[in-house]
Ligand binder design. Sequence first.
Ligand code: SF4
Ligand code: SF4
Length: 677
Amino acid sequence: MTIARQLDIILAHGPELSAGGLDYYKLGLWAAGQPNSRILSLNPNLPPEELERRLRAFLHRDQPHTVLVAALDPHHRARHILRLLTEVMQVNPELISVVDLQEALGSPDPKACSITAHHLIGVNASMITRAQPITTQELPVTSRVLVWGDSFAALKAAVDLADLGYPVIQAYPGPALSPLLPGAAPAQPFGAELQDLITRVQSHSAIQLLPQTHLAEVLDSAGNFRVRLQTSQEVREEKVGAMILAPELSLSPGEAAAGAASHPRILTQSQLEDLLAAPEEPALLNPEADSRLRVAFLGGDSHPLALGRTLSSARGLLSRDNVQVMLFIRDAKVGAPDMEATLGQAQSSGLIVFKLPQLPTLALVDDRPRLSFFDPVMHEAESLACDLVVLDEVYRPAADNAALAEVLHLFPGPGRFLQGDNVRFLPVITNRRGVYVVGAGRGLMDLDQALAETDAAIVEVQQLLGRGTTIAPQGRSVVDRGSCVLCLTCHRVCPHGAVTWDNRAIINELACQGCGVCASQCPNDAIQIRNFTDDQVVAALETLDPRLTPRIIAFMCKNSAWEAYHAAIKLAPVNLPLGFTPLKMPCAGKIDIDYILKAFTYGADGVLVLACHQDNCKSQEGNLHAQWRVERAREMLADAGVDPRRLVFKTLAANTPQDFLAAVSSLAEVLGILKAA
Ligand code: SF4
Ligand code: SF4
């Protein structure tokens, strides 16, 4: 155990510790014998007043304390002690190390239990006694918010923010506000509520409308973005604290329209809706004498919103006399509430549905549309003359989303939407703090969902901007300006857009999420993430005891593998290798190649690098950075004559303790084979 500063060790024990095979008395004696440390044995089940009295007597008054609390399942059993330390004794949480001794109980051998407990306490002591407190700071932020787009979600965001006292710039590319009601005919009049929303945006004194605007550049970070907006007249620079992106969808012809001739009897879905809503009976909708009007819809199944429009029109036609309606689709998207029932009702009303592997081909024969297709039910080619053919329209994300994502340094999602396909971003956040995406900005959805998401984004804005100031960590990510050579690698790799520069790199502490991706990439080691510093990792590696075998160092992302490890040690009985050393990382992207190589230098038999699954990394690519480094390190190990099978990269989810255990035992097995060879 290497202790850099005075350490107060609290062994929180009840009968359960000894009952598990761990000799608590001996553990206490061992801890008391460590240099630079004091020890308090404390039964966490004592009444709170007694716990407080004993803690006060133990911790020197008015002194900064570094505390290690060791217990079984400490966040549950020792929760009163932890609460007293942080809330009553005001110990900085960054200076408290919590050690779960559960892992030590995995072995039936009491000696092995003790060795594991010593090792766990030693590793954590070496890191926590090199920790620095992270304080908080109050930072001024700009209250103004940029709302991007003219969808109803954008309009609601603007009005709600303005009502809450946040000045709003609402910018959008079109010449006038033209929101779309998803799933309804574009020309359909809006209800009174939505019309009122438009009026309120237009008349609100705290909302500044900027039509025909493009986002040209975004500088600085959350709380104080500087945005350059290109309007039809000028480029203007504005300062905004946050942004809500809700660009409107566009409607464009679907697959069926490709190559279709222009003809009065070939309509788009919108044109048909206009005809059906016309005050006077359109001639096109009248069947000829002694015949039926045959209408064929092509496509319309790209999304339930599109299918809803198709079925609504089909049912409108079927309610008329002498009309036959057919729907040709490939794969009806009925995954919306009531859509399956709506389709069933339309079929009951007479709608004939053809599900085909390919849509029919459309030609004009004798000035009439004619469809040709192979009927998979009848097993024969069909040719069908129609009076009207209706081509589907597809909802697509706004055309300039790609440009918007690039300017904002967002990881875009699938299909040109603006939110990365990452479960950790749900519902409305992006990889950049202060940039939120709602409604059509992040996917196709109905109006209710889009408006509900707006509420979630507004809560985020309120938490970020407060009333002109906000609280941010102070000193969590630190650039050593003496070592920085302004190569801007950190700026390029930061997934959260938190790095700017003057004559040296500057980390914006409000935007920074402490992932450490920049620190592991900096060629000059000029960035340290406080409490995940290189010195701390080396100190932990120095605790490796050559008597413990096999020595497996596991570098684990705190968001996934660390959680899986803690879940695993609660599975009884868990018998991890004696030399297993768990090291928590803020993100797998922080795992420097030097850490891996040093682990072997300090005597590791094997190293595990455990990251989040793809599209689960909070820093989007931290897991990929880790994987690339492992691949490089394996090459270096091979060059140095070390079997690269000793180094393993795995991805895990927080709730998969069995995957964690499998990764450890698989490496242990490989190490056993290598040892025997
Ligand atoms: S990566 Fe390191 S050296 Fe390069 S700009 Fe950032 S802090 Fe400076
Ligand atoms: S720690 Fe992460 S979020 Fe912070 S500046 Fe570095 S890369 Fe960006």
